[in-house]
Ligand binder design. Sequence first.
Ligand SMILES: Cc1cc2nc3c(=O)[nH]c(=O)nc-3n(C[C@H](O)[C@H](O)[C@H](O)COP(=O)(O)O)c2cc1C
Length: 334
Amino acid sequence: MSIASDAGSPPEVSELARALGQAARLAPSVHNTQPWRFAPLPDGLAIHEDPTRGLASLDPHGRLRVISCGAAVTNAALAVAHSGFVPVVELLPAGEPTLLARVRAGVRLAPDAGDLRLYGAIPVRRAHRRLHHRVGVGAGDVRQVCAAVSRAGARPVVPDAPARRRLGALLRAAVEHQLADPGHLAEVSQWVRHVGGTSTSDGVPVGSLGTTPFPADSIVHDGWDLDELERAPIEDELEASSVLGIATPGDARRDWLVAGVALQRAWLQATALDLAVTFADQATQWDGTRQLAADALGAPGQLQVVLRIGRPLVDVPPTPRRELADLWRWPDQT
Ligand SMILES: Cc1cc2nc3c(=O)[nH]c(=O)nc-3n(C[C@H](O)[C@H](O)[C@H](O)COP(=O)(O)O)c2cc1C
């Protein structure tokens, strides 16, 4: 069956392309910008970045945007597996400059149980910005999450306690830098949504921000009190946490995409293990501390993302997404 979209006069969209698009649009993205467009293929989906949804202050090089699109690639590939085919993923194929990946169905094959579990975690995965138990993450859990990173072609980094403490000090410096930057605060406020329900389709709902200070609340916004931040025991908190870095050999667009594919596989694996995932990424997001953070963690290569993993104490609400009909990119569009 083919389904025509309500946007413009689109070509036919196969049921498979639709299933892949539905999975891909649920991916996480920086500030929930959803910086992607999808082109249907007869046997899959092409994923484009959408630079018009970029973050000039936080992400001037588009690194976090491409990582976000990499997460969408993982979801599409898992949807192929769920449909009973081997996913064939081509990263950065030749073609238009915005084209990041093609995800297609290969030969027929029943999905393995691991991929089915990750696919099932797609709609329940959340960015957790609430208090969570720092303890209770077993070595076996960490091994499984690391294996998900390695399987995607990236390098997991599990720092020891002194390294986590050093990361805490760098996080503090990077957060202070973001808080002192009016451009950063203005950009964040454009993406924090004070309305709820179906009246918004992107951005971070105010109810999804943290209820406790940094590092539990991990988006630096203008509701923060600098004095409170100075008193916050960031180094102690990081030292006592499970931390996972994701590194890549280089720092080109392909590395960012691979990091995004790995981030989402790791996040879904953690979700399937009932773990909470929180970002501890400010030191990686600011050029002034990024290399220092890589050195502090002993990262092999370029550090792309840093997460904290814990046991959730409370549920967090889902964030909104744009409808698939608004995400299609037809061949005559640039
Ligand atoms: C590349 C990337 C960077 C992110 N950085 C942060 C961050 O620094 N702090 C934070 O709280 N959330 C961060 N997030 C999480 C997003 O804000 C979150 O995925 C988005 O709001 C959608 O919500 P959901 O993940 O619960 O579906 C990041 C996500 C991605 C993909």
